[in-house]
Design a protein around this ligand. Sequence first.
Ligand code: GCB
Length: 621
Amino acid sequence: MPNKIVFLLRLLPLLLIVLTSQATPSTQVLQAYNRDTISLNGDWQVIVDPYENGFYNYRYKPFDQQKNPPASAFFTDSKVTSSSQLLEYDFDKADSLEVPGDWNTQSDMLYYYEGSVWYRKKFDAHLEQASDRSFIYFGGINYRADVYLNGKKLGIHVGGFTPFHYEVTDLLKSQGNSLVIKVDNSRHADAVPTLNTDWWNYGGITRDVKLVIVPNVFIRDFSIHLASAKDKKVTAEVLLDGAVGGEMVELSIPELNLVQSVKVDNNGLATVEFDAKSAQLWSPKSPKLYSFKMKSEQDELIDSVGFRTIATFGKQLLLNDEPLFLRGISVHEEYSAKGNGRVRSAGDARQLLNWAASLNSNFVRLAHYPHNEHMVRQAEEMGILVWSEIPVYWTINWTNSETYQNAENQLSEMIGRDKNRAAVIIWSLANETPVSEQRNDFLEKLASKARELDNTRLLSAAMEKHYREDDAGVAVVEDPLAELVDIVSFNQYIGWYDGLPEKADRVNWQIPYNKPVFVSEFGGGAKAGYHGDKNTIWTEEFQQNLYQKNLAMLDRIDGLVGLSPWILSDFRSPRRLLTGIQDDFNRKGVLSNTGEKKKAFFVLRDFYADKRKLYEPTITP
Ligand code: GCB
């Protein structure tokens, strides 16, 4: 056989692996968003505990490692039983905070607080059947959570932006349950993110808390996606928890008249393929969603899903096999109808995304950590594509294996939660990380983990540029990380940290990869309502000029498939201390934090209107 054919034959199994694998369901995931659940949101009693007096005894030994923890351990949620008893806390007399919600914007005293706060919720739970199972599900707690139910430790979760849950079937009582959580948002050099970031370290139970009651054999997780836009084959996989093998599940997409019944294997897994010939594809132009119904003997779960493909071809980005330009904007998860702070509800998420949509955007970079699930779900309904990332930001400790494990865990929890969202097209691994061998190894491992968990999406990372040594007029993006990802993305601040806006007229770009190029950040600060000439820093006119110059420069880049300027709206950051201008806010928003439009907003909106005409000629903006 000619060598070439032997070589191709060897490649064949490899190709098949790529084509048949997908984002697989996992026992670590509990799909809770669209289940009937019991909300544990609302007022929780809280005790601010900077010295962790409720956690350690005076010899600094954790109470929860003692065989018989004393009443002074806060997780025992004890009450005095006699009038002479000494007990130095009482949750029933303590203040309360709302959940979901960060503590910083709910109490002036906690605005800058970094440390531990104890949260306690009392609740009743009525199981319908003795065989039911129960779980407590947390959408996100920043940063470390030590969780106790009825005096027993359920576990520790680390990482502020991803969901986790515990099974509590054997601990739950029908009345008077006490759920106690020590939430600690202290920063650490070895953590993810590390000590230094450019966003507010909002602490607390920032996302929804739910009690999930399910039958003893239940639908835990699933994955569904379109394998090819042309022949419209949809692959679905479901995971039945508690199954012994052989149980039937019925999977259907009723609107398309598609139904299939299959048996699960010994691991509770079942896979089907639908011939979804008449399916309408999901896209920003038409964000069509279908109900996907999963039914087992005891359980039923319905979710809404969209079908689309995302791929690259040379320097092109293809959505459903058609070229796509990402008219994006970076967004921090900071807006609350109750004041600045973390997004708490679908309504808050909608507000941020409506602001993005008013820029003619079809894409958001959800920076710099996985956002609340409401953001991703709302984006999907609105037809806004999503970049989702983990907080591997700036100077992570690349050589510490626990730091790596932490990053990988956050990546797995992010992908586990959002793998079925058609809106999500890019997982991003890192932001502005300095090139070194250790960093390259860390990110290489992370990239292969991401591909193992989900190879239906594209990988990227926000990299950096440098200037050519022999020609300062040429900016180069060259980074070993670019070899690992599908889209070469980079941040650059010409006109702000790097020269004045006019510099953009003179810079050319050299990006030596046959891959699509994406500009994940550029921008500059302006205080809404502050006016002057274009050479006066912090004015709207300065920012406007910076946008005009940068957009003209970036539009010349070969293979440019989109932009996500920094940033949609002003956001809080402890690094931004200039009185009268910043006042704790990074002012690079094209909107103020309350939604006032700055002049740069209109520059970007018009640029995107033109791009839209170019890529979607039938739509008039
Ligand atoms: C960056 C970072 C972003 C900062 C921004 C800034 O490069 O990626 O997190 O907030 O610059 O405003 O300096």
